[in-house]
Design a protein around this ligand. Structure first.
Ligand SMILES: C[S@@+](CC[C@H](N)C(=O)[O-])C[C@H]1O[C@@H](n2cnc3c(N)ncnc32)[C@H](O)[C@@H]1O
Length: 318
């Protein structure tokens, strides 16, 4: 288990080169760019724009003849990325065509044009900006409405989920997407405490129910609400289904020699990516470039605590 919602996941301050003014710091930036092996004039997809830290570096390398296509489910991220990805005086006219799409990267599954893409990057999960905005309800560290939708314009909120699905299904969600052994106890406590409206209320209920079964064997000390929050977020945003759709589409849309790079933040995602690349290699579609997933160096983890649970895998379309 990692700790995507770690206590020290605070937004950082920085300038260009993967950093936004105050906010999300791009994880494994140089490593991801190296694996993408971006060619001037190519077409690349940033499946998860966020605050465009990765996209900015991709765009610089594509140059004027290139094309950058970016997805984000979150209109706020998209607005922010649109500003970051405007050609500026620094780019001196050498800037690619940029197409920003509001929606899930799973929509790539509907793109029937084969082999037009040179690189796909997916940096999964939520950004520090989303996590740091109490109004979005992603964090157990701040009082806010229980929303958790990356796209606040569609789908059920976490509040609807915790208050309406039956206890057994809720326990399954918490177990499957949070890998939480105390899922049944937690689901029972949630159902008894309904209605639950805020993150703080949910944290209190879960913390009381999720006391470790055996402190001696609790190897990694994480906040007791970590797994439940992760589970609800994954469920609300259909994160694993979207990831599978992206991985299924990737070998079809990538050109021979095109690269797929995926950065994940918990074991459920990483397992799906690992299996997809291994199966793709067996089919003769991929050469896997990362035998083991690449992780952040100590120095990056010190600078950006969110990077400590990042795992990056990459493959080249054969
Ligand atoms: C970790 S952040 C990406 C940060 C980005 N690489 C940067 O450097 O700023 C993930 C972003 O992907 C978006 N996202 C997550 N899943 C998505 C999906 N299935 N489709 C589109 N966007 C998604 C989130 O809304 C969030 O803005």
């Amino acid at each position: 288990m990692n700790d995507e919602f770690g206590e020290s996941d605070a937004p950082k301050r920085g300038g260009r080169g993967g950093k936004t003014e105050v906010g999300h710091v791009a994880v494994l930036l140089q490593e991801a760019i190296d694996f993408l092996a971006i060619r001037r004039g190519g077409t690349c997809i940033d499946a998860t724009l966020g605050w465009a830290g990765h996209s900015y570096e991709i765009a610089r390398r594509l140059g004027a003849p290139g094309h950058l296509i970016g997805f984000d489910k979150d209109p706020a991220a998209l607005g922010r990325a649109a500003v970051s990805l405007q050609p500026s005086a620094v780019s001196e006219g050498d800037w690619p065509t940029v197409t920003l799409l509001h929606g899930s990267f799973a929509e790539l599954a509907n793109d029937q044009r084969p082999a037009t893409i040179d690189g796909i990057l997916a940096d999964l999960g939520v950004s520090s900006l989303q996590l740091g905005d109490p109004g979005r309800g992603f964090s157990f560290q701040a009082e806010g409405p229980l929303d958790m939708r990356m796209n606040p314009m569609s789908g059920e909120t976490a509040e609807q989920v915790v208050n309406h699905i039956d206890e057994r299904e809720l326990a399954d969600v918490i177990y499957e997407f949070g890998e939480e052994r105390r899922s049944r106890r937690i689901a029972r406590a949630i159902v008894r405490s309904r209605p639950i409206r805020t993150t703080t209320q949910l944290v209190e209920v879960v913390s009381a129910a999720a006391r470790p079964m055996n402190w001696k064997h609790e190897r990694i000390r994480i906040h007791p609400a970590t797994r439940t929050f992760q589970a609800l977020r994954i469920f609300v945003n259909r994160e694993l289904d979207d990831l599978k759709a992206l991985l299924e589409a990737a070998p079809r849309v990538l050109k021979p020699g095109g690269r797929l790079v995926v950065i994940s933040f918990h074991s459920l995602e990483d397992r799906i990516v690992k299996d997809a690349l291994r199966d793709g290699a067996k089919q003769g579609w991929y050469q896997v470039l990362t035998k083991k997933p690449m992780t952040a160096a100590e120095e990056e983890i010190d600078r950006n605590p969110r990077s400590r649970s990042a795992k990056m895998r990459a493959a080249e379309r054969v």
